[in-house]
Write a protein that binds this ligand. Structure first.
Ligand SMILES: CC(C)(COP(=O)(O)OP(=O)(O)OC[C@H]1O[C@@H](n2cnc3c(N)ncnc32)[C@H](O)[C@@H]1OP(=O)(O)O)[C@@H](O)C(=O)NCCC(=O)NCCS
Length: 146
């Protein structure tokens, strides 16, 4: 069994596409119709990417979208199923959180997937009562005038 101390966390935007697809699949975010060519673009467009490595294998990642000054959003935190429960997800989030704070970015937010609230609370995040996460459904939006 892999001890969590054997897993190293790095900050790196150029991750192997196949390994990221595997992670996104394990996170339940990847559809067969999705295009792997998008992966380098979304990594390159991220403000910060943290990756977790067991030897040469990518076993976890998380990324930050940010203006680099004021606000940041942590996104796509995922650990390969077989590596969960060993503290790797917590280390990834702490890594991204601490680097944002070090850069003076003091508003760091995220949308917690159902079931992950206590995971993020232990890392210093708090629910924002009254606020509602919203997302645009492009198909519904099409044709509407503003
Ligand atoms: C959430 C995730 C990244 C946590 O990674 P991890 O390496 O297992 O995290 P850690 O080992 O640092 O912490 C695990 C703790 O979080 C809890 N936890 C995390 N996700 C959970 C979930 N969906 N439901 C219940 N508990 C969860 C675990 O029960 C565990 O608590 P414990 O230490 O009291 O047993 C991982 O479960 C994952 O990849 N999930 C699928 C993708 C996802 O939902 N990402 C979150 C996006 S907001």
């Amino acid at each position: 069994m892999q001890a969590q101390s054997d897993v190293r966390i790095e900050t790196d935007c150029s991750l192997p596409v196949d390994s990221v697809v595997r992670l996104y699949r394990d996170g339940g975010w990847w559809k067969d119709s999705d295009d792997p060519a998008a992966i380098p673009l979304l990594l390159k467009g991220s403000f910060m990417v943290a990756s977790a490595w067991a030897g040469r294998d990518l076993v976890g990642m998380g990324r930050v979208l940010s203006d680099g000054f004021s606000d940041a959003y942590i996104q796509d935190v995922v650990v390969l199923r077989n590596f969960r429960g060993k503290g790797i997800g917590g280390r990834l989030v702490a890594h991204l959180r601490d680097r944002c704070i070090d850069l003076g970015i003091l508003w760091v937010g995220l949308i917690a997937e159902p079931g992950t609230t206590s995971f993020y609370e232990r890392l210093g995040f708090n629910a924002m009562p009254g606020n509602v996460p919203m997302v645009l459904r492009p198909a519904r939006h099409a044709g509407e005038s503003i």
